[in-house]
Design a binder for this molecule. Structure first.
Ligand code: ADP
Length: 358
């Protein structure tokens, strides 16, 4: 029996409940650098690393004592020369000469440790690359916004005729400059918002927000666009006590994004409606449109960054960069809620913001 134990391709130790080593096989002694008889009578701690000792006392031995068996336990042994030797341990208790002893098999984990190290390194590299990308995007959009603000500001100065009168064609051109720079600013804000979310720097300041007020704000901003596009806007009354715990500016950002999309993807004559309802400890806000909809199998994709389902020919408004919904969902989640969608091509879409009730 001892021959078999000595030649088996794994370490083996038998120890008493007080931790005294009663038997070790040749493999274990060879691997840890001990001579025959050198370990017997000494405490098990002799062959455990510092971490291994703590784990042995707090988890491994209590588990073994309680269940009579402990399987696939990760332990770190220590060789005589002080090297850490990671192993997987399987142990079982048995009676021997009226005394309970613990048999324990150790299998080396050299490969697994290497795979784990590789995975950790790859993960670290990916995190660093992601961080660098987010920093770059954030810096770029900051740097691009400053000249953009100047273009828009100087267009205003000219339109206000601060440097002399302008004719109608020039006024029209200035309006085009202004509207293009506003659109560009919107894209820059999307990219900046996304970069912030990516780098985990998305800040939310939670406060009680009455949904009715948030919808009033969004509606008054977008009313001219509904009219311009020949769309009907409907709003079901939200009960006065529907107050959510949210960041008011971020909630506004999500609402504006959903409503702007609804305007973009709904043909004239259509209807956009907003409704809210309590749902347990949450409140749901639905933004519905009768627009062109989204194929069912693509609905989940639209929340992914840079995904745009419709090609350039479809309805109104300039295309964004496909970040609005990704940012909106991140924001909703950062506030302890969520953003989901359901859609039917040709019939319209419904986006639902869920937020905790205040
Ligand atoms: P963007 O509007 O900048 O393209 P979004 O992330 O806001 O980016 O939207 C991603 C895509 O989801 C859009 O390009 C469009 O294809 C689709 N989408 C969003 N809202 C609607 C909607 N109300 N109706 C139909 N499709 C929509």
């Amino acid at each position: 029996m001892n021959d078999l134990l000595n030649t088996a391709p794994c370490g083996f130790v038998t120890f008493a409940d007080d931790g005294t080593i009663l038997f070790t096989n040749v493999r274990l002694r060879e691997r840890l650098g001990y001579a025959a008889g050198e370990l017997e009578g000494r405490p098990l701690e002799t062959i455990l690393s510092v971490g291994g000792r703590i784990f042995y006392h707090t988890h491994f031995f209590p588990l073994l004592k309680m269940q009579g068996i402990a399987e696939e336990i990760y332990l770190s042994l220590k060789s005589k020369s002080g090297d850490d030797v990671p192993v997987l341990a399987n142990a079982a208790r048995r009676e021997r000469d009226g005394q309970t002893v613990n048999d324990c098999v150790f299998v080396r984990m050299r490969q697994r440790q290497r795979y784990e190290d590789e995975l950790l390194r790859a993960r670290k590299e990916a995190d660093e690359a992601g961080e660098a990308k987010a920093r770059f995007l954030s810096m770029m959009s900051h740097d691009l916004r400053t000249p953009l603000q100047a273009i828009s500001g100087y267009a205003d100065v000219l339109a206000l005729e601060m440097h002399g009168p302008i004719n109608d064609e020039q006024r029209e051109d200035l309006r085009a400059i202004k509207s293009a720079s506003q659109e560009m600013m919107r894209l820059m804000n999307d990219i900046l918002g996304f970069a912030q979310a990516e780098s985990g720097r998305m800040e939310v300041r939670i406060a009680p927000v009455a949904i009715g007020d948030a919808l009033d704000r969004a509606e008054s901003l977008l009313r001219p666009r509904f009219q311009e596009r020949g769309l009907t806007f409907e709003r079901s009354e939200c009960a006065d006590d529907l107050v959510v715990a949210a960041d008011p500016d971020r909630l506004q950002q999500i609402l504006l994004n959903l409503l702007t999309n609804a305007i973009k993807f709904t043909t004239p004559g259509g209807t956009i409606s907003v409704a809210c309802e309590p749902a347990g400890s949450n409140v749901r806000i639905h933004v519905r449109d009768t627009g062109i909809g989204i194929p069912e199998e693509r609905v989940a994709d639209i929340f992914e960054p840079f995904v745009q389902v419709h090609d350039e020919k479809t309805p109104a408004g300039p295309r964004g960069v496909g970040l609005g919904l990704a940012i909106s969902r991140d924001l909703a989640r950062a506030m302890g809620g969520d953003l989901t969608a359901a859609s039917s091509p040709g019939h319209g879409s419904i986006f639902t913001i869920t937020l905790p009730r205040a």
